[in-house]
Ligand binder design. Structure first.
Ligand code: 5GP
Length: 120
C-alpha cells in the first residue's frame, strides 16, 4: 500500500488543514484529537510519510524513531499526565479500525481509563 498524500494528517502537516499545535519539532507534531475520548486526548504524528507503526518501524531512520518517541514522552509530560498516568495507543491496519493512514500515537489520560479495550 502506498502512502496517501491526501490523508488528513498529511494535509495538516502541509498546513492545508488547521490544528491546534501543542508541540512541534523536526520529528513530530502534536495536536488535540478532534473527537476526544478522555479529558486528555492528543495525537502525536511523525513528520515523515509513514502509514503505520509497521511502516515507521521498518522504514524510518534511527534519528526519526528516537526523535518521535522522545517527542511523545515530552508531550505527555507537558500535558501533565506523566504523574497521573496515561495510555498510548497506535492503531494499525483493518482490525484496529485505523482511520487515518499516517502513523500516529494517541496519548489518552486525565481520568481513570478502565482496563484496556472497550467493547466494540
Ligand atoms: P485512528 O483511528 O486512525 O487511530 O485515529 C484517528 C484519529 O484522528 C481519530 O481519533 C479522529 O478523531 C482523529 N481525527 C480525524 N480527523 C481529524 C482532524 O481533522 N483533526 C484532528 N485534530 N483529529 C482528527
Amino acid at each position: 500500500m502506498d502512502y496517501d498524500e491526501n490523508n488528513i494528517f498529511a494535509r495538516i502537516l502541509r498546513g492545508e488543514l488547521p490544528c491546534e499545535k501543542l508541540y512541534e519539532d523536526a520529528f513530530a507534531l502534536a495536536f488535540p484529537d478532534i473527537n476526544p475520548q478522555a479529558p486528555c486526548h492528543v495525537l502525536v504524528i511523525p513528520k515523515g510519510k509513514y502509514i503505520s507503526m509497521a511502516d515507521f518501524g521498518a522504514q524510518a531512520s534511527p534519528e526519526e524513531i528516537t526523535g518521535f518517541f522522545r517527542a511523545v514522552s515530552l508531550v505527555a509530560k507537558r500535558l501533565g499526565v506523566e504523574e497521573s498516568g496515561y495510555r498510548l495507543l497506535a492503531n494499525a491496519g483493518p482490525d484496529s479500525m485505523q482511520q487515518v493512514p499516517h502513523f500516529h500515537v494517541h496519548i489518552i489520560g486525565g481520568k481513570r481509563l478502565g482496563h484496556l479495550l472497550a467493547p466494540p
